[in-house]
Write a protein that binds this ligand. Sequence first.
Ligand code: ADP
Length: 270
Amino acid sequence: MRLVFAALIAALIGTLITGTALVLLLVRREARVSRLQADFVSNVSHELRTPLTSISMFVETLRMGRAKDPEQVSLCLDALARETARLREEIERLLDWGRMQAGRKVYARRPEPMGPVVQEAADAMRQALDARRQQLTVQIPGQLPAASIDRPAIVGSLINLLTNASKYSEEGMPVELGAAANSHSVRIWVRDRGIGIPPSEHRNVFKQFYRVEDRASRGVEGSGLGLAIVRHVVRAHEGHIELESEPGRGSTFTIVLPAIVAPAEGRQES
Ligand code: ADP
């Protein structure tokens, strides 16, 4: 009888401990989520405010007639166009993410030869990389197959990875964009020699709002949405994304998409 009683008490204590541990775990998770959300709001506000500040500065310069000659006016207008585009892109990204969350994001997929798709992302990024003296090497084999994709979504994902490769690397460090294929899939990778990501963070970086909190990435602007969006896009294409990275040595993000088995006809660029 005493033994049964002791066993009951032990079971009760065990349940209590497990229950308490579970509650603590949930509370910690909730706290982490609300901290991430608060950080997200402040990061997004910052990302929107930066181009807005530039826009009002250039508008003010023009309004006050401080741009003295046509060349200066043209420089101001170029800057206004650039900052407005940046603002529009950021807002589009937020709206896109909202659609993904609501399950309303529609992907218009059609067969596309992947060579020109990869090249499009490279061309779109070249100027931004040049501005940081980061040399972009592009390796696209001649016979890259086609894949069934929403072209703007995949090009946007590659641009996202290239933007990260640039901003998490020092000025002057090279960035590589490459592609390869086997009989059933196309692999597209973006490699940098930047600050890298510790192994314990490899899963976290794909979570929405998540930003690695280390000294090296502090001060780099971002909302923590980029990789979550890329992963969503890639999964919607029945693909996946891989990450190899070491702190201090750089990172390689690889998007893997199912290939359309027959090789694509036509020109492949490199
Ligand atoms: P962010 O807007 O913060 O750049 P992302 O979702 O694109 O958001 O990336 C999440 C986090 O992953 C970043 O805050 C950064 O810490 C880390 N990260 C992403 N890409 C790289 C990279 N190429 N090199 C090092 N760290 C990276």
